[in-house]
Design a protein around this ligand. Structure first.
Ligand code: PLP
Length: 414
């Protein structure tokens, strides 16, 4: 997000905090960046909606991509609501409920079945309605943290390439009708060498299957822009990229060259975070300040439950104006009773006061899609930062939303 544009907008326009602001320009720019990086024959860009699904932001992204990747019936429906029947919608999920299958197949152009048994369960139902594919798992691990490694031992994500290769040797008819392949094996990586290694591995292991395909989807998990944070702050990167600041796309380009030269299928990539992370920020207000054993705690009107990956990954998000040295130090804490609802330690040139604004940038990915109302703390209002700098309110949440999530209708005293 252009924090300069956001700050300028906040100087003259009111937002009700907590607020989640998405930047239409940044979202479209980052989608274009990814699209340019993969440009070439038969290569298409999908956006992985699991990372961000605010409809207005999806519309901004849609202008720059070839379609969306969905993970569920609701995401597939939203994809069609935004795209109409113009773009490609691709689905993969470990869990297709039988009652959802017909709708899913109707909504999606491609479905990558997550396992051989899922494929066998649904192959007849999908035939003639959607293009059936298989998610394969090369089990070439790239992510140190097992919780985020799709290739961990006993992974639930995709049919192992070893098993698929064995079937190709012994009972190839079981794969008749498979028209596509998907793999997704990385997380927030700036070096695309593992992508090339994976494509070479598939080429070696399951060449006869690749030969029969109409399409292949190389997944997401790579960043097409540097991992630098917004202007004026030093990024504290989660996961494996701390040492590397700029993307290395050589592996990606070599992988695309290999596939284009040898096979005649369409190639898809489906990044999520690379497109959505920089396009979203939280704006919070300080609601309390007090001393705790020699430190000043500043309580915000937001919570890690609005950006649960802070807690899941245990990382301190960047905060605008945070100084590396000097300044007035604070522990920034969330508004719930959870002791661990803390963002981290920060220092600012100016003292914080009740009502001070705190901005958490680069939070477009995997935040609002995972946000919850723990403790009854309301969800952030959603604003669009439009091209001309207008902050346009899209949605506020109310007690009725809280009640509806809790299973209640309109509550009337007995
Ligand atoms: C199948 C698949 N595709 C794409 C993505 C998007 O990944 P990222 O947001 O890291 O680019 C994911 C993330 O989990 C995924 O599971």
């Amino acid at each position: 997000m252009s924090t300069k544009r956001l700050l300028q907008a906040l100087r003259t326009q009111e937002v009700e905090t907590p607020a989640f602001v998405y930047d239409e320009v940044q979202l479209a720019d980052d989608a274009r960046l990814a699209k340019d990086a993969i440009a070439g024959d038969r290569t298409h860009l999908l956006f992985a909606m699991k990372s961000f699904s605010v409809p207005g932001g999806l519309r901004a992204i849609a202008s720059a991509v070839d379609g969306f990747h969905a993970s569920s019936l609701f995401e597939a429906r939203l994809a069609r609501d935004v795209l109409g029947w113009r773009g490609v919608v691709h689905l993969t999920t470990p869990g297709i409920r039988p009652g959802d299958a017909d709708d899913l197949f109707h909504l999606c152009d491609h479905v990558s079945f997550n396992s051989l048994s899922q494929w066998e369960q649904f192959r007849d139902q999908a035939a003639g309605v959607t293009s059936s594919g298989l998610r394969v798992n090369p089990r070439l691990s790239n992510v140190a943290d097992e919780r985020y490694d799709p290739c961990s031992r006993h992974s639930k994500l995709g049919a192992s390439v070893d098993d698929v290769a064995a079937i190709l040797r012994t009972e190839p008819h079981r794969l008749d009708g498979i028209k596509g392949l998907l793999f997704h094996t990385n997380c927030d990586a700036l070096d695309t060498t593992p992508l090339l290694e994976t494509v070479r591995y598939l080429d070696r292991m399951i060449e006869p299957l690749l030969d029969q395909l109409d399409w292949i989807d190389l997944g997401g998990g790579y960043l097409f822009h540097g991992a630098e944070a917004s202007e004026g702050i030093e990024g504290r990167l989660p996961w494996q990229n701390r040492a590397r600041r700029t993307p290395d796309l050589d592996g990606l380009h070599a992988a695309l060259d290999l596939l284009r030269a040898k096979y005649h299928m369409n190639i898809y990539l489906e990044p999520g975070a690379s497109v959505s992370r920089r396009g979203g920020a939280f704006v919070a207000s300080v609601v309390d300040l007090f001393q705790s054993s020699g430190r000043t705690v500043a309580v915000l009107d937001t919570s890690v439950n609005h950006m649960p990956e802070v807690l899941e990954f245990q990382f301190a998000p960047d905060v605008l104006g945070d100084l590396e040295r000097g300044g007035h130090p604070y522990i920034l804490a969330g508004a719930t009773c959870l002791a661990g609802d803390v963002f981290g330690e920060y220092a600012f040139a100016e003292r914080l006061a009740l009502g001070s604004r705190v901005i958490i940038p680069d939070m477009g990915a995997y935040s609002m899609v995972k946000a919850n109302m723990f403790n009854g703390v309301n969800l952030p209002s959603i604003y669009a930062l439009e091209e001309d700098g207008t902050l346009a309110l899209q949605r506020t949440y109310t007690y009725d939303d809280f009640l509806a999530r809790a299973g209640g209708g309109h509550y009337v005293h007995p």
